[in-house]
Design a protein around this ligand. Structure first.
Ligand SMILES: [Zn+2]
Length: 212
C-alpha cells in the first residue's frame, strides 16, 4: 500500500459541501498523517438555499465542517460564483484555479469526476484538468451525480475517519433534506468501498493522471 505523507493536497470543490461529501474521510486521514490539505469551493449556492435558512448558511456550515475534518481556516478558499452559472464564467474560474496552482503548488489535486452530470461539477472538473495538466489528479466520488465511475484508486480509512466525515456531513443542516446527507449513507458507502479492497472502510477515486 502506498502512503501519502508530508504532501500538499488541494481539494477543488464546485460548491461548499462537495469536499466533505466526496472525500471527507480521506481529508481527515491526510491531515492525521501530517499532510497539508487546502480546500477551494467556488460557490456557496446562495441562490438555491432553502428560504428557511440564511442565504449565506453554507459559508457558516463549510467553515464548521472543514474544521471538523482538520482543515485550517486559512487553508479554506471560498469563491463567490452563482450556482449553476459556472459555464458562463469558465475563463474566470480557470484563472482562479491557476492562481491556486501558483500560490499553493500542490503535490496532488482532487476534483469532481469528468462523468459528473451536475453542470457546475463538470465545469470545475474540466477547468481543473486544464490548470493542472502537469500534476497528479484524482477524482472524488459523488454517487448521485456520477453516471459512471471507475474504481481505479482507493484510500483506506479507519473508523474514526468515517466518523469525522459523518459528523462533517451532518453539520450541513441546510442539506439535511437530501437522501445522501446522512451518517447512515456515509457509513454504507465507506463499507461498500472498503469491501472492494477487502477492508472495513475506504473511499474510492478515479485516476485522472498520476505522476510518481
Ligand atoms: Zn456540488
Amino acid at each position: 500500500m502506498l502512503e501519502i505523507k508530508n504532501k500538499k493536497i488541494l481539494v477543488i470543490a464546485p460548491h461548499t459541501d462537495d469536499a466533505e461529501f466526496g472525500m471527507g474521510g480521506a481529508i481527515a486521514k491526510f491531515i492525521e498523517d501530517g499532510n497539508t490539505v487546502y480546500c477551494a469551493a467556488f460557490s456557496a449556492c446562495q441562490q438555491s438555499v432553502l428560504s428557511s435558512f440564511p442565504a449565506d448558511i453554507l459559508i457558516t456550515e463549510v467553515k464548521e465542517a472543514s474544521g471538523i475534518l482538520g482543515i485550517k481556516p486559512e487553508n479554506l478558499y471560498l469563491f463567490e460564483y452563482d450556482v449553476r452559472t459556472f459555464n458562463f464564467h469558465r475563463q474566470a474560474i480557470l484563472d482562479d484555479i491557476i492562481g491556486l496552482r501558483e500560490k499553493l503548488a500542490p503535490d496532488i489535486v482532487f476534483i469532481p469526476s469528468t462523468n459528473d452530470v451536475h453542470q457546475d461539477h463538470g465545469v470545475i472538473a474540466e477547468e481543473s484538468i486544464r490548470a493542472f495538466k502537469f500534476s497528479s489528479i484524482l477524482s472524488y466520488e459523488i454517487p448521485w451525480n456520477n453516471f459512471r465511475f471507475s474504481n481505479t484508486c482507493f484510500i483506506l480509512l479507519q473508523e474514526n475517519h468515517v466518523a469525522k466525515k459523518a459528523k462533517a456531513v451532518e453539520t450541513y443542516k441546510s442539506q439535511a433534506h437530501r437522501k445522501y446527507a446522512s451518517a447512515a449513507f456515509v457509513q454504507a458507502l465507506a463499507r461498500t468501498r472498503g469491501v472492494q479492497i477487502n477492508s472495513d472502510f475506504a473511499e474510492c477515486f478515479e485516476i485522472v493522471r498520476l505522476i510518481m
